[in-house]
Write a protein that binds this ligand. Structure first.
Ligand SMILES: [Zn+2]
Length: 128
C-alpha cells in the first residue's frame, strides 16, 4: 500500500467517510468527511481541517491506538493483543528473542503502527 492509501484506509477506520455528495462545495480538493465537516489532504486556503497524516505522524497514530479494543471477542485475542503481536512480528528478529519486546514496540515508526492497525482491522493489502 502507498502512504496515501494507508492514510485513507486508517482515516476510514477512524470514522472518516468518502465524499458522496455531488453538491459538496469541497469537491475541488481531495477530502473526506467526518461529523458533517470536510477534512482535506493538504492544507487548503481557509480551512485548517486536515485528514491526519497517519503514516508520518506518531500523534495521529496515538488517536487509533487509544481506540483499540482491549476486550477479547469470542475468545479471540483482543485488538490490543493483535496489534502488539503485529508490531512484535515486524520489530523483533528471531535472533533477538531475549530483547526487551516492550522497548522494541515503543520504537515502532508511524508507518509500522499503521500497518499493524490495518492488519488488526483486516484492511491491510499486500503489495504496493
Ligand atoms: Zn465532500
Amino acid at each position: 500500500m502507498t502512504n496515501d492509501e494507508i492514510r485513507i484506509a486508517v482515516a476510514i477506520e477512524c470514522g472518516f467517510q468518502g465524499c458522496t455528495d455531488s453538491h459538496c462545495d469541497d469537491r475541488k480538493a481531495q477530502h473526506l468527511h467526518k461529523n458533517g465537516k470536510s477534512f482535506f489532504f493538504e492544507l487548503f486556503t481557509l480551512s485548517n481541517r486536515r485528514v491526519p497524516n497517519y503514516p508520518l505522524s506518531l500523534d495521529a497514530c496515538a488517536e487509533f491506538e487509544k481506540a483499540l479494543n482491549p476486550t477479547p471477542i469470542d475468545n479471540e485475542y483482543s485488538e490490543i493483543d493483535q496489534y502488539a503481536d503485529w508490531l512484535i512480528s515486524m520489530l523483533v528478529p528471531p535472533e533477538f528473542s531475549n530483547y526487551n519486546i516492550a522497548w522494541l514496540c515503543a520504537t515502532a515508526t508511524p508507518l509500522q503502527r499503521c500497518e499493524a492497525f490495518l492488519r488488526v482491522k483486516g484492511k491491510w493489502k499486500e503489495g504496493a
